[in-house]
Design a protein around this ligand. Structure first.
Ligand code: DC
Length: 222
């Protein structure tokens, strides 16, 4: 199986680009952030504290997560329920960042990710795919953009959806999430030594997609 690992900070366009490129390659796109989001949702729905390591770890045996694919779209099922949409709220984003710093949570999700990569040609995106989950991936990409560029994209997206937000507030939350994801003790966001750096600060979506696709293609030779 061919495994492509894409890591990078929140808002770099990872999921949009990884999904588009997976489709062009005929691979399955695995969005691992959705797994952490599903766990956060489970914890939040039970009124527990996403920072409470003991409480969160105690809930893991009750959690069943399944990934399914419909027309190339990943669907996340939490205990049998399709939660693909409701894991996208800002509250769940913050919760996912919190639970992802818990070692037991990462261990819990490890096998599921490995299994996907062993059974399928995948483009898998996350924070620790090239460093921890798939250290032997055929291609590793570290996809990034400046915090301002990432915040601007998120801001435009929110405004377009009709949300009343301030750019400064969006930038602050981007910086906070970076801080939390890069400075945690376990599996922090970092570029794997053998990863190819792609910076999309100055590129639009189409240019980014072409660069990513061509970079991967030249490495896997197909
Ligand atoms: O990519 P995302 O925004 O959906 O990820 C949600 C959170 O999960 C993010 O704050 C970091 C964490 N995460 C992680 O620690 N490891 C991954 N492989 C994917 C996501």
């Amino acid at each position: 199986m061919i495994n492509v690992a894409i890591d990078g900070p929140a808002g770099a366009g990872k999921s949009t680009l990884a999904k588009a490129v997976a489709q062009r390659l005929g691979f399955i796109y695995v969005d691992t952030g959705a797994l952490y989001r599903a766990i956060a949702l489970f914890v939040l729905q039970r009124g527990a504290d996403v920072y409470d390591r003991v409480a969160v770890a105690a809930m893991l045996p009750m959690i069943d997560i399944e990934l399914k694919y419909v027309d190339g779209e990943q669907r996340v099922y939490l205990c049998g329920e399709n939660v693909s949409k409701i894991i996208r709220t800002p509250e769940v984003s913050a919760g996912a960042s919190a639970v992802s710093a818990i070692a037991k949570v990462r261990e819990f999700l490890f096998d599921l990710q490995i299994e996907m990569a062993q059974k399928n040609n995948v483009v898998m995106d996350g924070r620790d795919i090239g460093t921890v989950v798939l250290p032997n991936a055929d291609v590793k990409i570290f996809l990034t953009a400046s915090a301002e560029a990432r915040a601007k994209r998120r801001y435009d997206e929110l405004v377009q959806k009709g949300h009343d937000v301030e750019f400064e507030a969006v930038l602050k939350s981007v910086n906070e999430r970076d801080e939390q994801d890069m400075n945690r003790a376990i599996a922090p966001l970092e570029q794997a030594k053998d990863a190819i750096l792609i910076d999309t600060t100055e590129l639009d979506l189409e240019e980014s997609e072409d660069l990513l696709y061509n970079t991967i293609k030249s490495r896997i030779g197909r």
